[in-house]
Design a protein around this ligand. Structure first.
Ligand code: PLP
Length: 466
């Protein structure tokens, strides 16, 4: 047997035990040298270069023993908080099962699929398992094309569905797309929350599907007007187009319902899930559809293996999924998100009235966004739209609160804490925000007062994001 030893490699191989003992500086150096030098630079400049060594529930600890409150929630992957014990218990229970054995019918994955059919809206029935949000979208696009025999996919401006080539082709941010063109052909972007624009796009009746986030996450936490989701459903029915709901970020209680579609009793033909389905521990993606679509897309012996994934439906991820959903119900997290979200939103709107630097407060449940706007044109130009990052930097460095801006809209800070957050923690964030706004009436003083002077950030870095 060949074993990799320190001696047998040109550069010393780092054992896990050694990696655990690495200093923060060694970690930073390895990240910079072997993962992404520019991202490392940007994180350092913004003060996001802590070495985090422990996490539990709402809290994260750095190597110096400081405690932070996590109001970012893993971009929606941590509805249960960090390292929920129930998920590790589930993993323990199946640790002696084969984790990956494709030539078998995995009973744990089948049980999770049955559960998903029960908890998702309407007649959604068959689930394809993958490993991420983008993969769940890839599957949805292929399903829609295979089921309809049509190729056109309509998507929304400002949408975010992932960065693999298919998902990127229906993601509405030019910055992420340009350099990779040509993307998937026959896709068309329309305005979000505009039913007339959707109707004119669908009229040609040549569309396989319309893909939609019921609430846009990375676009800046955009909630459509009441009635939009139902109107979308009706139009898709009328023009014979499949409706794909991307619930990757909105799913599993985040918006105050188990799925955001339920706010309007909207039943999609295909639904994408990921993030919190893994309980914040295991990567998992899932695409569920109804019998009719499944039958047309993959419903023969010849077609049933058209789309596959090596790790999709592995035992550990499926067991985590079963436990995650159970825990969301046991802890009443949908109700909690609804109740705490209403409280948080109200208080944030009060802040907005006092500080016009907050242009708008938006969101539903515990998926909230603060849209910042500095009237000062000079700073606006210098900071190149990264006003949200300034506030996020202050929250982190002065108040030990973790937040981040939304990917498509860097002026928006997202507040998406784990759904287990308590009122005192919400109040602490509100007070901290108020302190920041009180002492920084404009972003000029914020930028100048920042521990890392963001005005000095090279434009090169400012143009980058995650
Ligand atoms: N869809 C939505 C709505 C998302 O918010 C995201 C990620 O933020 C994705 C898809 C992509 O998920 P992943 O990063 O797991 O590929």
């Amino acid at each position: 047997m060949i074993s990799v030893t320190t001696e047998s490699l040109l550069k010393p191989y780092i054992s896990l035990n050694e990696a655990l003992l690495n200093t923060p500086e060694e970690n930073k150096e390895n990240y910079k040298s072997y993962i992404n030098p520019n991202l490392a630079g940007m994180l350092s400049l913004l003060g996001f270069d802590k070495s985090f060594t422990r996490a539990e529930g709402m809290k994260v600890w750095d190597s110096e023993g400081s405690t932070y409150l996590d109001f970012l929630g893993g971009y929606g992957a941590l509805n249960l908080g960090h390292n929920p014990p129930k998920i590790y218990e589930a993993i323990d229970k199946v640790q002696h099962f084969p984790n990956i054995l494709q030539v078998s019918m995995n009973g744990i994955a089948a049980a999770l699929a049955k559960n998903l059919a029960i908890i998702t809206p309407g007649d959604l029935q068959y689930t394809f398992f993958s490993n991420s949000g983008a993969e769940s979208v890839e599957c949805a696009i292929k399903m829609a094309r295979a089921a309809t025999g049509k190729s056109k996919i309509i998507y929304c401006q400002n949408s975010f569905h992932g960065k693999t080539m298919g998902a990127l082709s229906v993601t509405g941010r030019e910055k992420y797309r340009t350099i990779f063109k040509p993307l998937l052909n026959d896709t068309e972007a329309i305005e979000f929350d505009n039913i007339e624009k959707l109707e004119s796009a669908l009229k040609s009746r040549d569309c396989a599907a319309f893909i939609l986030e019921p609430i846009q996450g990375e676009g800046g936490i955009n909630v459509p007007h009441d009635g939009y989701l139902r109107a979308v459903r009706d139009l898709c029915n009328h023009y014979d187009t499949l409706l794909i709901a991307d619930e990757v970020q909105t799913g599993f209680g985040r918006t105050g319902k188990l799925f955001a579609c339920e706010h309007e009793d909207m039943v999609p033909d295909i639904m994408c899930m990921a993030k919190s389905l893994g309980g914040g521990v295991m990567p998992i993606g899932a695409t569920i559809t109804n019998k009719n679509v499944w039958k047309k897309a993959f419903g023969t012996m010849e077609k049933c293996l058209l789309h596959t994934s090596t790790f999709g439906g592995n035992t550990l991820a499926a067991a985590s999924g079963i436990a995650a959903v159970e825990e969301i119900f046991n802890l009443n997290l949908c109700e909690q998100a609804d109740e705490k979200g209403k409280y948080f939103l109200l208080k944030l709107k009060n802040l907005q009235k006092m500080y016009p630097i907050i242009r708008e407060v938006r969101g539903r449940g515990l998926m909230l966004g603060l849209d910042f706007d500095d009237k000062n044109k000079v700073l606006k130009k210098v900071s190149n739209e990264y006003l949200g990052a300034l506030v996020a930097g202050e929250l982190l460095n002065k108040y030990k609160i973790i937040t981040a801006y939304t990917l498509n809209n860097p002026n928006v800070i997202r507040l998406e804490p784990p759904l287990i957050v308590n009122k005192e923690e919400i109040d602490y964030v509100l007070n901290s925000l108020e302190n920041i706004l009180k002492y920084n009436k404009s972003f000029i003083s914020l930028a100048l007062g920042s521990t890392k002077n963001l005005i000095s950030l090279p434009n090169r870095l400012m143009r980058r994001s995650k």
